[in-house]
Design a protein around this ligand. Structure first.
Ligand code: AP5
Ligand code: MG
Ligand code: ZN
Length: 215
């Protein structure tokens, strides 16, 4: 199945995608995670991307389009993929359509996780992340041992872009550049809206009900 998880920063894309990827055995492709891995490794891409990410801005389209093209043509996407955080602009969506046509893996659905701005700010400001890709929340989803990842035992950290001013900027950028994709995919009949305000488990059940249609 070929799915894109869509939604504003903090909607729960990463949290859901981790579980969905295990449940359906398809790769979780998070452009944010790929960029952060490059930042950590100090690659040329990482050095360039960090300037934008730290300010809450989008990394230029050309960079993302190249990155997603490489990733989607890897062998593990043979039976499907779960996109998280891509596309985020109309040019990215247009490029994606071209790539997916070339590899004959068109999208089945774009699942839009809806959460209010007030709740997004709470979720992002309390988030604690691990380099292994897990993320937690100080109140809503705390790790078993304070400051330590349940999955790998490493120390948790706060993302540089989870500081209040950067969160606000990310939401502004989302509204301006990414939200127009709701109409874009709505018009093409691919969009499915999901209320993202329930618990992690209840949102998972609703998303599975949608994805089961494409098994
Ligand atoms: P990216 O890493 O994609 O960040 P984002 O879209 O801002 O989204 P987040 O990862 O912050 O939120 P999420 O929806 O995954 O929420 P999560 O599950 O963690 O991108 C970062 C940056 O990289 C961008 O700003 C940009 O610079 C660059 N970038 C990436 N992709 C790009 C692209 N395509 N083009 C250009 N630039 C790009 O959950 C959040 C918190 O809430 C957690 O603490 C979690 O525990 C908690 N939580 C989750 N679900 C629930 C629930 N149901 N109830 C209560 N708490 C919950
Ligand atoms: Mg994420
Ligand atoms: Zn970890």
């Amino acid at each position: 199945m070929n799915i894109a998880l869509f939604g504003p920063p903090g909607a729960g894309k990463g949290t859901q995608a981790k579980e969905l990827s295990k449940h359906y055995n398809i790769p979780h492709i998070s452009t944010g995670d790929i960029l952060r891995a490059n930042v950590r490794d100090g690659t040329e891409l990482g050095v360039k991307a960090k300037e934008y990410m730290d300010k809450g801005e989008l990394v230029p389209d050309a960079v993302l389009i190249g990155l997603i093209r490489n990733r989607l043509t890897e062998a593990d996407c043979k039976n499907g993929y779960l996109l998280d955080g891509y596309p985020r602009t109309i040019p990215q969506a247009d490029a994606l359509a071209d790539i997916l046509k070339e590899i004959s893996k068109p999208l089945d659905a774009v699942i839009n996780i809806e959460v209010s701005d007030e709740e997004l700010v709470k979720r992002l400001s309390g988030r604690r992340s691990c380099a292994c890709g897990e993320s937690y929340h100080l109140m809503f989803n705390p790790p078993e041992k304070e400051g330590v990842c349940n999955a790998c035992g490493a120390a948790l950290y706060q993302r540089d872009d989870d500081k209040e001013e950067v969160i606000r900027q990310r939401l502004t950028v989302y509204n301006k550049k990414t939200k127009p994709l709701i109409d874009y995919y709505g018009n093409s009949g691919l969009l499915v809206n999901v209320d993202g305000t329930g618990s992690v488990d209840s949102v998972f059940v609703v998303v599975c009900r949608i994805m089961d249609q494409y098994k």
